[in-house]
Structure formats: structure tokens, C-alpha cells
Design a protein around this ligand. Structure first.
Ligand code: NAP
Length: 245
């Protein structure tokens, strides 16, 4: 898969899965625009990507803030076209349902679901003008079957799947593909402090007996963002070592 001449925006790319997605696009020739609300991390990620010889720029923004997203997209548009958007920024605030307060609920929904919507909406305005584009949203395997302690997160990520399907129906006739990737248990800072009982439970239920890596997820994103996937839209590609079947 070759992304030479393509310009790609990746949210939440200061670290983890987002940064690995940026690296893989860079290795395949894309121009990278990364965004994150972690300014230090985003700056370091930009430096790392540039040192690897990639064309890369960092625009700080909180994806849950409409004004910041709109300002960020103005800068994206000033720099040229946008071929690919990866909505990757996301958080967890894990608690049992009865302990989730309004703020825990709102934060997770605002970043994971509203943030995906805001970036998708702004990106589609640019892509509609070009009559082409690829959007990949990062959901999660737990959106498909639920997960104790993640009522807010599973609701947000199931919303991402429904949003993906509606966007795919609206934008497909205009040359824009919208798909999602649902990662399983992937080793990043997000999962670094999960209780051992949880990680043991995930590993026991997986067919492939190892945690996933950010590269496993990035590989799936590369495919869905590529021309090779031009007849695929509205789909959710599960990358979870066979946890859900
Ligand atoms: P991560 O290591 O925590 O990285 C997430 C990045 O998103 C961080 O750099 C974070 O910034 C940034 N971010 C958070 N809120 C943001 C906001 N409002 N605006 C802009 N950037 C924001 O997580 P990850 O494991 O790489 O996860 C990436 C995506 O995959 C998420 O959507 C996650 O839900 C999804 N996912 C992960 C797993 C897994 O097992 N790791 C499984 C399924 C799905 P800060 O550093 O400042 O917080």
C-alpha cells in the first residue's frame, strides 16, 4: 500500500496506537498532520516523525471542543488537501455503572463520540469538495459485546460504529469511504494499568494468545485507508486476536 502524495490527519497521535498509525503512513510516503491535546507529547511525536524522514506537522487540539476542532481544520485546510482522516483520540474512565457520575459519562462521550463526530464533520467538508477521501474511526471490540466497568466507554464506541455506518451511507455517493477498526486488548499506556484479572480474562478468551500491538491496529487502518479498500464502506474491522467471533 502506497500513500505517496496523500495527506493524512491522525487524532490522538502523541503516543500509542495513533503514533504508530502515523509512523506506518509515513513509511508509505504520506504527508502527516498529527493532532493531540498533549502539547509536549505531540511536539515530541512530530520531532520523532521528522527524524525518521517523514513530512509531518503537529497541531494541538482537544477533539471534544468544537472551536478548537474548527481552528485545527482551518490550519489543515491552509496546508493543502486532506485525503485521509483517522479518528483515534480516545480515553477511558472505568468504573462500575452505579459509580459512574455525570462528569465521567460526559468526558468519555465527549472525547470518544463527539470528538469523532466533530472531526468527521469538518473532514467531510474538505473531502466533499474533492469528491474523494477515506475516514477510519477507531472503535473497540468491547462496543460489540459490552464490558463490565466500561458503560461509558462501550456506549461511546458503539456510537462510533453507528456514526460510521450513517456517514458511510451519506458520503459514499460522493466518493468518501468511512469505516471503523475495533481493536481488542492492545498494549499501550491506556491498558498499562489494567488489573491482572482483566488481562488474564482477555487472554483466556482470545484465539491468538498474545496481547495486540499498536502495529496490529495500524496495519488494519492502512488497509481501510488504501485504494485497495475502495469498495469497502460502513464496515467495522475487528482486530482482537479472535476474542469476538
Ligand atoms: P493512549 O495511549 O491513551 O493514547 C490516546 C491519545 O489520545 C493520547 O495521546 C491522548 O492524549 C489523546 N487524547 C485523549 N483525549 C484527547 C482529546 N480530547 N483531544 C485530543 N487528543 C486526545 O490510547 P491508545 O491505546 O493508543 O488508544 C487509541 C485509540 O484506540 C482510542 O480511541 C482507544 O479508545 C482505542 N482503543 C484502544 C485499545 C487498547 O487496548 N489500547 C482497545 C480498543 C480501542 P493524552 O496523552 O494527553 O491523554
Amino acid at each position: 500500500m502506497d500513500f505517496s502524495g496523500k495527506r493524512v490527519l491522525i487524532t490522538g497521535a502523541a503516543r500509542g496506537i495513533g503514533l504508530e498509525i502515523a509512523r506506518q503512513f509515513g513509511e508509505r510516503g504520506a504527508e502527516l498532520v498529527i493532532t493531540d491535546y498533549d502539547r509536549d507529547g505531540g511536539g515530541k511525536a512530530e520531532e520523532e516523525l521528522k527524524k525518521s524522514g517523514f513530512k509531518a506537522g503537529f497541531i494541538p487540539a482537544d477533539v471534544s471542543d468544537e472551536t478548537q476542532v474548527s481552528d485545527m481544520f482551518k490550519k489543515v485546510a491552509e496546508g493543502g488537501k486532506l485525503d485521509i482522516l483517522v479518528n483515534n483520540a480516545g480515553i477511558i474512565i472505568d468504573k462500575l455503572l452505579v459509580r459512574i457520575n455525570e462528569s465521567d459519562w460526559d468526558k468519555v462521550i465527549d472525547i470518544n463520540l463527539k470528538g469523532t463526530f466533530l472531526c468527521l464533520r469538518e473532514a467531510s467538508k474538505l473531502m466533499l469538495k474533492a469528491k474523494s477521501g477515506k475516514i477510519v474511526n477507531i472503535s473497540s471490540m468491547v462496543a460489540l459485546g459490552g464490558n463490565p466497568g466500561q458503560a461509558n466507554y462501550t456506549a461511546s464506541k458503539a456510537g462510533v460504529i453507528a456514526l460510521t455506518k450513517t456517514a458511510a451511507r451519506e458520503l459514499g455517493p460522493r466518493g468518501i469511504n468511512v469505516n471503523s477498526v475495533a481493536p481488542g486488548f492492545i498494549q499501550t499506556e491506556m491498558t498499562a494499568n489494567l488489573p491482572k484479572a482483566n488481562t488474564d480474562m482477555y487472554l483466556a478468551a482470545m484465539s491468538i494468545k498474545r496481547p495486540g500491538t499498536p502495529a496490529d491496529v495500524a496495519n488494519a487502518v492502512m488497509f481501510l485507508a488504501s485504494d485497495e479498500a475502495s469498495y469497502i464502506t460502513g464496515q467495522t474491522l475487528v482486530v482482537d486476536g479472535g476474542y469476538w467471533m
